[in-house]
Design a protein around this ligand. Structure first.
Ligand code: PEP
Length: 265
């Protein structure tokens, strides 16, 4: 694989809409996002609507001349063929999708996706010029047993070991402690920073360059009230947001908090 130049680290706030929405909601949310984000600079923004609404989202973002990037919540490892119900990366590309969430804990848990299966998706996306947003993170029990770093390292190693650490160039890591997702029980900014720094240090053991430039987002019950504290941490490069991304006002406020905090360095 040609790993290319290492892109500079820029904050990214991404909304994961999960299994939510309808045509009316998509139209309203995108319209309000486009208006709310007018003039907001210094932070990249992506949304991952349900695959059903990518076509509509692409059209509406285009019409609004919005800089919001289109993402997807999942992808299959096959490009075409007899795989009922699956969606290929070529299909996602056809609708202007660039950022694809893989390894979300809900896919790991409800669809029994293994580290190895997720690694296949990661490599396939990279080979095809797409940006994997790789979710990693520990369960409540693993957290209590002090296994957070070991779990994150294992999830990263599944990818690094079949390729090279440079495969992380231009990819995005989302550290999402499972116990914080959709629970309202977010990690403290200080604790999240400690884990992010440790993940970066783990990658730095293999490549300092890759470690310094890879985007590591925090995810898990981020809302306006706690967002700025995360963005003020040196190793937290934005956020992956579920619930608070379904409301234009809260999502825009979080993005503005990222822009204000990161641009004030
Ligand atoms: C998520 O699903 O990735 C997520 C972080 O959800 P929430 O923000 O609702 O906790």
């Amino acid at each position: 694989m040609n790993y290319g130049d290492i892109p500079m680290r820029r904050p990214l706030v991404m909304g994961n809409w999960k299994l939510n929405g309808n045509k009316t909601m998509v139209a309203k949310l995108i319209k309000n996002l486009a208006t709310g984000l007018n003039g907001v600079e210094g932070v990249d923004v992506a949304i991952a609507p349900p695959v059903m609404y990518l076509d509509l989202a692409e059209q509406l973002l285009g019409k609004a001349e919005s800089k919001v990037t289109l993402g997807a919540q999942n992808v299959d490892i096959h490009l075409s063929g007899a795989f009922t119900g699956d969606i290929s990366l070529e299909m996602l590309k056809d609708f202007g999708v660039t950022h694809i969430i893989i390894g979300h804990s809900e896919r790991r848990e409800y669809h029994k996706e293994s580290d190895e299966f997720i690694a296949k998706k990661f490599i396939l996306l990279k080979k095809n010029g797409l940006i994997p947003v790789l979710c990693i993170g520990e369960s409540d029990a693993q957290n209590a047993a002090n296994e957070t770093l070991a779990v994150c390292a294992r999830q990263l190693d599944a990818i690094i070991n079949i390729q090279d650490v440079r495969v992380l160039h231009g990819a995005i890591i989302a550290y999402e402690p499972i116990w914080a997702i959709g629970t309202g029980k977010a990690a403290t900014a200080k604790e999240a920073q400690r884990i992010h720094a440790a993940i970066r240090a783990y990658i730095a053991e293999k490549s300092e360059d890759v470690a310094q430039n890879v985007i590591i987002q925090y995810g898990g019950s981020v809302k306006l009230e706690n967002a700025a504290a995360y963005f003020a941490q040196p190793d937290i490069d934005g956020a992956l947001i579920g619930g608070a991304a379904l409301n234009a006002e809260s999502f825009v406020s979080i993005i503005k908090a990222a822009a204000d905090t990161k641009n004030s360095y």
